[in-house]
Design a protein around this ligand. Structure first.
Ligand code: 5GP
Length: 112
């Protein structure tokens, strides 16, 4: 069964896409955990970082570069946090790899 992100990538479910290229797209999280909360989602279905393969190396690097690029576009010059949740203890709820970009407020450490 395809995930919500696959449906957004295929256009089956409409979404405001902030930017996209051949490897990924960027959307706003529907349930933002900070004033700015973006998701960088690879178009290739990789369930989670723990399932990524050597052949995904370029895509994974690209996701991080795009995350930094959109953080700059969103003017998060005071800082931001990049998060990848993996598995149930990691807080993963959608089994399609995605990078969270959170900003617009100071973050706490350790994370919850
Ligand atoms: P995870 O918990 O797997 O790391 O992150 C999944 C994220 O996807 C959550 O932050 C959740 O709010 C977001 N999300 C779930 N469904 C949708 C949706 O339909 N549209 C958007 N834009 N975000 C979604």
């Amino acid at each position: 069964m395809s995930t919500i992100f696959e449906k957004i990538i295929s256009g089956e479910i409409p979404a405001e896409i902030l930017q996209q290229d051949e490897l990924c797209l960027v959307i706003r999280d529907i349930d933002p955990q900070s004033p700015t909360h973006l998701l960088v989602i690879p178009k290739k279905v990789i369930p989670r970082i723990g399932n990524a393969q050597k052949e995904d190396q370029a895509t994974l690097g690209h996701l991080l570069l795009v995350a930094a690029e959109v953080a700059e576009k969103e003017k998060l010059e005071a800082g931001y946090r990049i998060v990848i949740n993996n598995g149930s203890d990691g807080g993963e709820t959608v089994p399609h790899l995605h990078v969270h970009v959170l900003g617009g407020r100071p973050m706490k450490w350790p994370p919850g």
